[in-house]
Design a protein around this ligand. Structure first.
Ligand SMILES: Nc1ncnc2c1ncn2[C@@H]1O[C@H](COP(=O)(O)OP(=O)(O)OP(=O)(O)O)[C@@H](O)[C@H]1O
Ligand SMILES: [Mg+2]
Length: 148
């Protein structure tokens, strides 16, 4: 379960993007966050994985308060958080397959990640996922060769 309590974010510029936001998302729940441009949707999502540091408040993922984690524990917690960026954030010069596999970088050791060598089970699972979304035929294409 995800529980957000009193989440507030004021950027250095003085922009107050979030003001005392609280809600609960039970396990398995699919939630749509709707609001006008500039309402703070991206800020809220980024405060969950701490790409943006909240000014105050708690973000409980089960029994872990994400804003309180140190670097190492944050890295571990982030393995379990997926995010699709508004601007995609694909690595354009890598293949579609390599982009999918990069989701596993938090699990492979430094040298394996440096040389982008992934365990066979990860590759099998990446193929399965690409097949599931109908992208199998594009697996070996560079990401910048895809349509939007
Ligand atoms: N890095 C930043 N520095 C300063 N202010 C920011 C920053 N990012 C966002 N803001 C401000 O915070 C507010 C919320 O922005 P945010 O990007 O979270 O909105 P959004 O709901 O995702 O909008 P959109 O629908 O356009 O994606 C806006 O006023 C924005 O100008
Ligand atoms: Mg946004």
């Amino acid at each position: 379960m995800l529980r957000i309590e009193g989440l507030t974010k004021t950027y250095k510029t003085g922009d107050k993007a979030l003001s005392d936001v609280s809600f609960e998302a039970p396990k398995g729940q699919v939630i749509g966050l709707i609001g006008p441009s500039g309402a703070g949707k991206s800020t809220l999502i980024r405060c969950i994985n701490r790409l943006v540091e909240p000014s105050s408040g708690a973000v409980w993922l089960n029994d872990i308060n994400l804003p309180a984690l140190r670097t190492r524990e944050l890295r571990r917690a982030r393995r379990r958080i997926g995010m699709i960026f508004q601007e995609y954030a694909l690595v354009e010069r890598l293949t579609v397959m390599e982009n999918v596999l990069s989701g596993r970088l938090g699990y492979v050791g430094f040298w394996r990640s440096f040389t982008r060598q992934y365990p066979g089970a990860d590759i099998t699972s990446a193929y399965r996922l690409l097949d599931r979304v109908g992208l199998m035929a594009h697996a070996d294409k560079r990401a910048d060769a895809l349509s939007g």
